[in-house]
Design a protein around this ligand. Structure first.
Ligand SMILES: Nc1nc2c(c(=O)[nH]1)N[C@H]1C(S)=C(S)[C@@H](COP(=O)(O)OP(=O)(O)OC[C@H]3O[C@@H](n4cnc5c(=O)[nH]c(N)nc54)[C@H](O)[C@@H]3O)O[C@H]1N2
Ligand SMILES: Nc1nc2c(c(=O)[nH]1)N[C@H]1C(S)=C(S)[C@@H](COP(=O)(O)OP(=O)(O)OC[C@H]3O[C@@H](n4cnc5c(=O)[nH]c(N)nc54)[C@H](O)[C@@H]3O)O[C@H]1N2
Ligand code: SF4
Ligand SMILES: [Mo]
Length: 716
């Protein structure tokens, strides 16, 4: 019998699990005693590993793109051919013509893809963190110089913006929430819908979709005008308070009541509860990352934490970690020339995420001895996804002609899905590194069989946000020819003459190199978490060295340095023709984003994509439970199964994210296994009107209009 520690990455809760093996049988339980039970998804790992839809050999498409006539090839052949095609693209179009979308937490090798890209000379990296935590990270950085982490142990007031947590929906935080509530903490939940979490709240504010910034601005108004703020912290540690005070005067609770639909008295009451707490927290939530007012919304949250005196009390700002080769250090951003950095797509229109935005922190970092570029969440220096897809499609401002989808279902996990499909069709090379034949992989020229979490040894975390090193050990061997991502990168690097920058023969040698600074090796350390020293705990690595209530970074990039409110709404749309407001989300327990729908026991629990609609619309549309409904926006249409739900506000629709049917035929002519028939990305535009002004993040949360039509039969 043996015991190993393994991290499940079937979702981004990244649960640490204890695996016990007896007679070849592995049992899993949570390693952390605070997590009372493991969610059922992790137990499905063997079915996932052995599934008939698992990709187990390198595949080459010998038909047209999207036709999926697959031929098995050897690893040597596939790496030779890809390397040769990359050289061709670089020679003809320049290295910047290579784009990559990656979710490193899914494959376990943070930093290594950036290193590869930096060495070949392309800045055009994107990650789905653009819609999840990444933009929060940029705004936190602009305000505090680094990311804040909520300290749950002390929290006496918790403010949630649309988070819905459960034992299968981010259980790590769910169990923290439950124990905080048990010891008497108050929960303020802001959600238009009555969710499971909202029903636990002391104050549930049923806000109008997409209007959170109005509420937050008026909270700041109340906190300042009623002198509820921490005068000492503000005087000693912040920059721009007087300007902020002037700005928020127009955002009175009466004004906000009209904008967000919450009455002025409730706004005042909840502002006082938040400001009057000993240790309030506003934990990260994805709602702020997917709004048209995203930057202002997140700025307001950052400002509230600071002026109410919670920074480094219940909201911790660690700064970058030292004493270990972090993902950012491994990435080697100095290997990419300034000339190539300047070509990063998005630098002109949405620079906060890009190298240009990041350059503002160099002096402050230098002062604390950090001379490399710290990339907080694997996306602090990335290209703007809609601008990259446009360059792939339209070859403007220059052509991008080769694209890698690395453990990311790219066509489904951004907006304007058809636009991304068109972008793929205009490529000279498309490579997918995958576990299954995802809709994205169906459009690839080469599909590379990746290993899964149970099969690899992983040094984590993949994102440089917390000052720790973690270890996850394999509990099974990779099936057939599945390989880890480092094997692919190393194989390509050797073929492209970059062996010097990738001297580590395999992933263990790479782990040992990274652990060297800690005097540890992979073989001696597994099974533990090693805490790291934060380089700048208590310091603010902003240009002014203060918490910037007025952002000098936003200002120097040409934006409003203070938060403001912008009404959502689709320009030029006839609201009588498109009477509903839609949002994407309300995550489903038995699946994760676009994943796991091929696992039988999970799929049985949620077999179809559900449209939540208030029963008050029943008669008008001749609608019944389980009717198939066509939902259309000005961009596209999808088909969903109706679920009449009286907690879904009238006039609004919930659109699920990530639906395709892995069991269905593949390829473009078969709707990419129904991805083009069901996924939310078909409905949401990535044109400027639907983007946050500062960071260019797509609004998936309120404001986009839709119409519905009940279908007699579902299209097959
Ligand atoms: N339209 C739209 N886009 C969204 C969102 C939305 O709500 N709507 N949500 C956003 C959010 S919150 C997030 S977190 C991101 C998520 O973005 P991602 O985490 O990239 O999730 P997916 O796009 O589902 O793609 C994951 C892919 O990786 C594959 N995969 C999983 N594990 C492994 C592995 O171990 N190895 C390899 N090689 N492949 C693996 C899966 O088969 C799957 O195809 O998407 C964002 N994008
Ligand atoms: N089982 C499972 N667990 C998951 C995931 C999964 O796919 N499956 N996904 C994981 C990922 S990547 C993420 S990011 C998280 C996301 O998880 P959550 O943060 O909980 O987000 P959602 O479930 O998408 O949406 C939750 C609520 O947001 C509300 N909402 C929508 N628009 C607005 C708005 O404009 N303002 C406010 N205040 N509320 C709004 C909706 O009514 C909905 O009830 O879940 C994670 N956990
Ligand atoms: S919540 Fe479930 S699927 Fe997500 S990491 Fe934890 S065990 Fe895995
Ligand atoms: Mo997410």
């Amino acid at each position: 019998m043996g015991r190993k520690n393994v991290t499940c990455t079937f979702c981004d809760n990244l649960c640490s699990l204890a695996a016990n093996t007896r007679d070849d049988c592995v049992s899993l339980r949570p390693a952390n005693p605070e997590i009372l039970q493991i969610c059922p998804k992790a137990h499905m790992w063997e079915e996932y590993q052995q599934h008939e839809l698992r990709i187990t050999k390198p595949l080459k498409n010998v038909g047209k793109r999207g036709e999926g006539i697959w031929e098995e090839v050897s690893w040597n052949t596939v790496l030779d051919e890809i390397a040769e095609k990359l050289q061709g693209v670089i020679a003809k179009w320049g290295a910047e013509a290579i784009g990559i979308s990656e979710c490193a937490i899914n494959h376990g090798f943070g930093g290594i893809t950036r290193r590869f890209m930096n060495c070949i000379g392309t800045p055009n990296y994107i990650a789905p963190q653009h819609l999840c935590m990444g933009n929060t990270a940029q705004v936190h950085r602009a305000t505090y110089g680094w990311y804040t982490t909520a300290n749950w142990d002390k929290a006496d007031v918790i403010v949630y913006f649309g988070q819905n947590r459960g034992s299968e929906l981010w259980p790590g935080e769910y169990f923290k929430l439950k124990s905080a509530l048990k010891r008497g903490a108050a929960l303020i939940e802001i959600d238009p819908k009555t969710t499971e979490t909202a029903s636990l709240a002391d104050h549930h504010l049923r806000i109008r979709y997409g209007t959170d910034t109005a509420l937050l601005l008026s909270w700041i108004n109340v906190v300042i005008n009623e002198n509820l703020y921490d005068e000492k912290f503000v005087a000693e540690n912040t920059y721009g308070f007087d300007d902020l005070k002037k700005r928020v005067q127009i955002y009175t609770p009466q004004w906000a009541e009209k904008a967000c639909g919450i009455n002025a008295e409730t706004i005042r009451l909840t502002a006082r509860i938040y400001a009057g707490a000993k240790a309030a927290i506003i934990p990260w939530g994805v709602v702020g990352d997917m709004q048209k007012n995203s930057t202002s919304m997140l700025r307001c949250q950052c400002i509230l934490r600071a002026i109410c005196g919670y920074i480094n009390v219940s909201e911790l700002v660690f700064g970058p970690a030292t004493g270990f080769i972090t993902n950012s250090e491994l990435a080697g951003f100095d290997l990419l020339s300034n000339e190539q950095k300047a070509k990063q797509l998005g630098t002109e229109n949405y620079p906060l995420f890009t190298f240009k935005g990041g350059s503002h922190y160099e002096a402050a970092l230098h002062e604390v001895g950090i001379d490399h570029y710290p990339d907080i969440l694997g996306c602090s220096c990335m290209a703007h996804p809609p601008t990259l897809f446009a360059a792939m499609r339209e070859e403007e401002p220059y052509a991008v002609k080769a694209f890698f989808a690395v453990a990311n279902n790219t066509i489904m996990s951004y907006a304007n899905q058809q636009g991304i499909v068109d972008a793929f069709m205009n490529q000279e090379l498309v490579v997918a590194f995958e576990n299954v034949m995802s809709p994205t992989a169906q459009l690839a020229d080469y599909v590379l069989p990746g290993d899964m979490w149970a099969e690899r040894d992983v040094l984590g975390p993949q994102l440089d946000v917390a000052p720790v090193v973690t270890f996850s050990e394999h509990i099974a061997c990779p099936v057939e020819e599945c390989k880890d991502w480092y094997y692919v990168v190393k194989g390509l690097a050797d073929r492209l003459g970059l062996s010097e920058q990738f001297p580590w023969q395999d992933s263990h040698a790479l782990h040992d190199y990274r652990l060297g600074k800690l005097d540890e090796t992979w073989n001696e350390s597994p099974g533990t978490v090693i805490p790291l020293t934060p380089a700048a705990f208590g310091k603010f690595l902003t240009p002014t060295g203060k918490v910037e209530l007025r952002s000098t970074v936003l200002e120097s990039l040409g934006y409003d340095p203070l938060p403001y409110y912008l009404e959502h709404g689709e320009e030029g749309v006839d609201e009588s023709e498109y009477p509903f407001v839609i949002f994407a989300g309300y995550r489903e327990r038995p699946n994760y984003n676009t994943c796991l729908r091929h696992i039988k026991a999970l799929r049985q629990r949620q077999s179809e994509p559900l449209l939540f609609i208030n029963p008050s619309h029943k008669d008008e549309y001749d609608l019944e439970e389980e009717s198939w409904v066509k939902v259309s926006t000005t961009l596209g249409s999808i088909e969903l199964m109706a679920h009449l739900d009286d907690t879904q506000p009238p006039g609004t629709l919930r659109i699920p994210h990530g639906w395709w049917k892995p069991e269905q035929p593949q390829g473009l002519s078969a709707d990419l296994s129904k991805a083009t028939q069901h996924n939310d990305g078909v409905l949401f535009s990535d044109a400027d009107w639907n983007l946050d002004k500062e960071q260019g993040v797509v609004n998936l949360r309120g404001g986009v209009r839709a119409k519905i039509e009940v279908l007699k039969t579902q299209r097959t």
